[in-house]
Design a protein around this ligand. Structure first.
Ligand code: CRA
Length: 839
C-alpha cells in the first residue's frame, strides 16, 4: 500500500491488539488480529482484503467449532434416530456471509473489520465458491443442509471432497465459444473444513468373491485393491440456533504410500501408479448434468463414497450397543437420485457377509432404511451400469444384485403369474450386449419410499417411469416432496435491502419470518400503499444498479438500469430451451429494426441476461452459447436498436453470481418443454425476490402459479399431454416450419444468413429445430412471443407491475426448504428435532 499510512484502519486498535493490551477491545477484534499474527503469520502492514478474509474466516470458524462440537456431543448422548443425506453433489457457494448471518455476528464483524480498515462487503467477495455440484440437484442438497440445521434435525450430509469442483467457464474472445478451465478451489486452504485424519476406512475394489455355498447367500470378498477414505467435516450452522450439523466429505488416498510388492520387484513406475489411481477417485466432479457415460471412475466414486459412508454409520450405530435388527430404527438414508444406489447393495453385503444376518431379515432392514428421490424423467439420465464392469470392479456386489433380482422377480411372478414381459421390464438387469444394471429399479425396490420433486413430476414418475412398480407395491410407496430453497441465503443474504424492507413492513423481527416464510403473506395488506410500493420499487432499482456495475466491470458494457431486466440462468440444455429464448431475442431485434425511430420509442426497453455452463462434451449446448455471445456482439453495437435492446452472456455462472443476478431480475424465464423440468428451484428464488416469471406449465412453475395466482405468472406453450403426440407428428407427418410458424422460420433464416457468423456454423443447432424438433420449439414459438408481448404490456403499467411483484413475493411461503425438510423428516425419515441444550 506504498506511502499510505499503516496499518489500515485505526492504528491504536491494531497496536493494542498486537501488544496484548486487550482489555478494552471487542473479542472479535482480538480474535481477528490474533489470527493475522499467528495462523497467517502476517503483519498488518501489508494485509490485503484476502488476508482479512482469511483471518475473519478463521475467527468465525472458532465459533462454529465450539457449536459443532457441542451439537455432535449432544446428538451422541441423546442417541436420536438420525437421517443421512447421500449426495454426490453439494453446491455450497460461499460460507463466511452465511456463517455470520446464522451466528448472528454480522454487525459485530462488520464493526471490527471496519476498525481494522476493511469493509465487510469487500472481504466477503474474496472467498471462492465451494462448487462441488453441477446445478439444481447439488444446490438443493446445500439448501437442505441449511434447513436441517435450522430445524435442529439430527441430519448429516455425506459426499465427496473433489479436488476440482465444476470447471471454470471462459468465453473465447475470438469466436465466442465456451472454454473450460479447472477449478482448484482448495488452493488457498479451506477454513470451513476439519480434516479428520483419524476417521478413515479401507475400501476394496476388484478381487474375487467366493460364495460359502451353504445356501445362506453369504460370500467372502478378498484380494484386489484397497483404497483409504479420509473424512473431512464441514460445519453447517443453523439459523438462530446453536445447532451445527455436519457434512462429511470423503477424500481418497492410497492405502500405503505405494504398492510395496511392485516396489520390491523393482517396478517403481507401477508402484507409483497405484498410488496415483487411488488419489484419482476424488480428484474431479463429473461436469455432466443429467447424463452419465458408464465410466469406470464414476462407478468407483459412487462405491467409494457409499461404502465409506455406510462404514461410518455402522460404526456410530455399533456404539449404541443395540441389536443389529434395530438398525432402521436409528438410521434413515436418503438417496439423492440414483447416484448412491450402491449403498443398498453395500448394506446388504455388510449385513449378510459381515454381520451374519439371515438374508430375509437383512433385506427387511435395508428396505426400511432407504428412501429414494428421483430428480428427472429424462431417459438419458437414468443410470445403467454394464454388468461386465460391475463384475470386474465389484464382484461381490454383482452377485448380490443377481440374488436380489432373482428373489424380487420371484415375488413379481407370484403376483402376476406368467407375465414375462412384465418381468423383463421390472428386472434389475436389462438384456443387451452387454447386459446392464438398471440403478433406478434397484433404488425403487431397495427403498421404503420413492418421491419426485414437484407435483407434476411425481405424477410422471409414477405414470411414465415406474408404472409396473406402482402396480406391484401400490400407490402409497410413491409420493411427492416439492423442492424448496433457503430464505436465509436466497433473500436475506443476497438481497439485504429487501429483507430490511420486509422486516419493517411486517413489523416482525426478521428471525421470525426467516424461519416461518408464510409470514410474508403479511405484505399483502400493504400492496395498495403507495409509499410501500415506492420503497419496493427502489429496492429493485438498487439491485439492478448493483448488477449493472458488475456487468460494466466484467464485460465493459454499460447496462441501462431503466430497462426491464429479463434473466435466464441455468445449465445449458436443449430441454431447458435457451434456444427458444435466443431465437425470441433475435425476433425482437428484427422487429425493432423494421420499425421507424418514432415507433421504437414506444417499445419497452429490455436488457436480456443469460448465464450457465454447458457440459464440455455437449456440442449443441455449446453451440447455443456461441450463438448467444455472437448475437450479443451484433445487437449491442447496433445504433438503431441498442437503446431498446441489449443482450449479455455472463460467463462462469455460480452460486455467487446467482446471488447478484436474482435480486436484479424483473422477469425470469423457465421455459422447458412441458414435462421435462422436474421442478426447477431458481424459479422459486426469482419469485421470492419479487421477480415475475414467464414459463411453461412445467415443474414447480405450476405450484408457484397456484400460490401467487395465475394472473401474476406469464404462462405459454403446450401442456405435458400434448408433447408426445406432437413428437409423433414431427416424426411421421412433419409440417415445415414456414407453415407452422412463419415468424420462427424468418428468425431461423436470419441466423442462416450469416449476420451472427458466417460459414453455416449454427446450422447443426438450427437443424435440431427444423428437423425432428424434439423439444417442440416450432409448436411453442408463437405463444412464447405472445407471452413476451403480455410481459411488455404489463411492465408498461409500473404500478400494476410492482403490485404483482409484491404479491408474488408474499406468497412464496410454501417454497422454503424448511417446509420441504420437515416433510422428509416427518413423512419419510421419522426423525425429530433435537435442540442443543448445553449442560
Ligand atoms: N437438473 C432437475 O432437472 C430439479 C433439481 C433438483 C434436477 C431440476 O428440475 O429442480 O434436479 N435433476 O431436484 C437432476 O439433476 C439428475 O437429475 C437438476 O438439477
Amino acid at each position: 500500500r506504498g506511502k499510505e499510512k499503516w496499518p489500515r484502519g485505526d492504528e491504536k486498535t491494531w497496536k493494542d491488539a498486537m501488544r496484548g493490551v486487550h482489555s478494552e477491545l471487542p473479542e472479535v477484534t482480538k480474535s481477528i488480529v490474533n489470527h493475522v499474527q499467528t495462523s497467517l503469520a502476517r503483519a498488518p502492514y501489508n494485509l490485503d482484503d484476502l488476508g482479512a478474509y482469511q483471518a475473519a474466516a478463521l475467527s468465525v470458524r472458532d465459533n462454529l467449532i465450539v457449536n459443532w462440537n457441542s451439537t455432535q456431543l449432544h446428538y451422541t448422548r441423546k442417541a436420536p434416530k438420525r437421517a443421512y443425506y447421500l449426495s454426490l453433489e453439494f453446491l455450497m457457494g460461499r460460507t463466511l456471509s452465511n456463517a455470520l448471518l446464522n451466528l448472528g455476528l454480522q454487525p459485530t464483524y462488520s464493526t471490527s473489520l471496519s476498525n481494522l480498515g476493511f469493509a465487510l462487503e469487500d472481504v466477503l467477495v474474496q472467498e471462492r465458491d465451494a462448487a462441488l455440484g453441477n446445478g439444481g440437484l447439488g444446490r438443493l442438497a446445500a439448501c437442505y443442509l441449511d434447513s436441517s440445521a435450522t430445524q435442529e434435525l439430527p441430519l448429516w450430509g455425506y459426499g465427496l471432497r473433489y479436488k476440482y469442483g465444476i470447471f471454470q467457464q471462459l468465453i473465447n474472445e475470438h469466436d465466442g465459444s465456451q472454454l473450460e478451465a479447472p477449478d482448484p478451489w482448495l488452493e488457498h486452504q479451506n477454513p470451513w473444513e476439519l480434516p479428520r485424519l483419524d476417521v478413515t476406512y479401507e475400501i476394496r475394489f476388484y478381487g474375487s468373491a467366493d460364495r460359502w455355498g451353504d445356501g445362506s447367500g453369504r460370500a467372502v470378498w478378498s484380494g484386489g485393491q484397497e483404497v483409504l477414505a479420509v473424512a473431512y467435516d464441514v460445519m453447517i450452522p443453523g439459523y438462530g440456533t446453536k445447532n451445527t450439523n455436519n457434512l462429511r466429505l470423503w477424500e481418497s488416498k492410497p492405502k500405503r504410500g505405494f504398492d510395496l510388492q511392485s516396489f520390491n520387484a523393482g517396478d517403481y513406475e507401477r508402484a507409483v501408479e497405484t498410488s496415483n489411481s487411488a488419489a484419482a477417485i476424488t480428484s474431479v466432479l463429473y461436469p455432466n448434468d443429467h447424463t452419465v457415460f458408464g465410466k469406470e471412475l464414476r462407478l468407483k466414486q459412487q462405491y467409494f463414497w457409499t461404502a465409506a459412508s455406510l462404514a461410518d454409520m455402522m460404526r456410530r450405530f455399533k456404539n449404541l450397543e443395540k441389536p443389529i435388527s434395530e438398525f432402521a430404527e436409528y438410521n434413515a438414508i436418503q438417496l439423492n437420485d440414483t447416484h448412491p444406489t450402491m449403498a443398498i447393495v453395500e448394506l446388504m453385503r455388510i449385513l449378510v457377509d459381515e454381520e451374519e444376518v439371515p438374508w430375509d431379515q437383512a433385506w427387511t432392514i435395508v428396505t426400511n432404511t432407504f428412501f429414494f428421490t428421483n430428480h428427472t424423467v429424462l431417459p438419458e439420465a437414468l443410470e445403467k451400469w454394464p454388468v461386465p464392469l460391475m463384475t470386474h470392479l465389484l464382484p461381490r456386489h454383482m452377485q448380490l444384485i443377481f440374488d436380489i433380482n432373482m428373489l424380487f422377480l420371484q415375488s413379481v411372478e407370484k403376483q402376476f403369474p406368467g407375465d414375462r414381459e412384465r418381468l423383463a421390464r421390472m428386472s434389475l438387469i436389462e438384456e443387451g450386449f452387454p447386459q446392464s444394471i438398471r440403478m433406478a429399479n434397484l433404488a425403487v425396490i431397495g427403498s421404503k419410499k420413492v418421491n419426485g420433486v414437484a407435483e407434476l413430476h411425481s405424477d410422471l414418475v409414477k405414470r411414465n417411469l415406474f408404472p409396473d412398480f406402482v402396480e406391484f407395491y401400490g400407490q402409497s410407496k410413491f409420493a411427492n416432496v416439492t423442492n424448496g430453497i433457503t430464505p436465509r441465503r436466497w433473500l436475506d443474504q443476497c438481497n439485504p435491502a429487501l429483507s430490511e424492507l420486509i422486516t419493517t413492513t411486517l413489523n416482525l423481527p426478521r428471525e421470525v419470518w426467516l424461519k416461518d416464510l408464510f409470514k410474508l403473506e403479511g405484505l399483502l395488506k400493504h400492496v395498495d400503499d403507495a409509499k410501500f410500493q415506492q420503497r419496493w420499487a427502489a429496492v429493485k432499482r438498487q439491485n439492478k444498479e448493483r448488477l449493472s456495475n458488475f456487468v460494466e466491470k466484467t464485460l465493459g458494457i454499460t447496462v441501462d438500469a431503466d430497462a426491464m431486466f429479463d434473466v435466464q440462468v441455468k445449465r445449458l440444455h436443449e430441454y431447458k430451451r435457451q434456444t427458444l429464448n435466443i431465437l425470441g431475442v433475435i425476433h425482437r431485434y428484427t422487429t425493432l429494426k423494421s420499425m421507424t425511430p418514432a415507433e421504437r420509442k414506444k417499445v419497452v426497453k429490455k436488457a436480456v441476461f443469460f448465464a450457465g455452463k454447458a457440459a464440455p462434451g455437449y456440442y449443441i449446448a455449446k453451440l447455443t452459447i456461441r450463438l448467444i455471445v455472437n448475437v450479443a456482439r451484433v445487437i449491442n453495437e447496433d445504433p438503431d436498436t441498442k437503446d431498446y435492446l441489449t443482450l449479455f452472456f455472463l460467463p462462469d455462472y455460480s452460486v455467487s453470481l446467482a446471488e447478484l443476478l436474482i435480486p436484479a431480475s424483473d422477469i425470469s424465464q423457465h421455459i422447458s418443454t412441458a414435462g421435462t423440468e422436474a421442478s426447477g428451484t431458481s424459479n422459486m428464488k426469482f419469485c421470492l425476490n419479487g421477480g415475475l416469471l414467464v414459463g411453461t406449465v412445467d415443474g414447480a412453475n405450476i405450484e408457484i402459479a397456484e400460490e401467487v395466482g395465475e394472473d401474476n405468472v406469464f404462462f405459454f406453450g403446450h401442456l405435458t399431454p400434448d408433447v408426445e403426440p406432437l413428437r409423433y407428428q414431427h416424426t411421421y407427418h412433419p409440417i415445415p416450419v414456414e407453415e407452422k410458424s412463419p415468424a420462427l422460420a424468418a428468425v431461423l433464416n436470419t441466423v442462416s444468413s450469416g449476420i451472427f457468423g458466417a460459414d453455416g456454423i449454427y446450422e447443426p443447432l438450427l437443424n435440431t429445430v427444423r428437423q425432428g424438433d424434439f423439444y417442440i420449439l416450432t409448436d411453442d414459438f408463437d405463444s412464447y412471443i405472445k407471452a413476451l408481448e403480455m410481459v411488455d404490456e404489463a411492465y408498461a403499467d409500473r404500478t400494476e407491475w410492482i403490485k404483482k411483484s409484491i404479491r408474488t413475493s408474499a406468497k412464496m411461503g410454501k417454497f422454503s426448504s424448511d417446509r420441504a425438510i420437515q416433510d422428509y423428516a416427518q413423512e419419510y425419515w421419522n426423525i425429530e428435532s433435537t435442540k442443543l441444550v448445553e449442560e
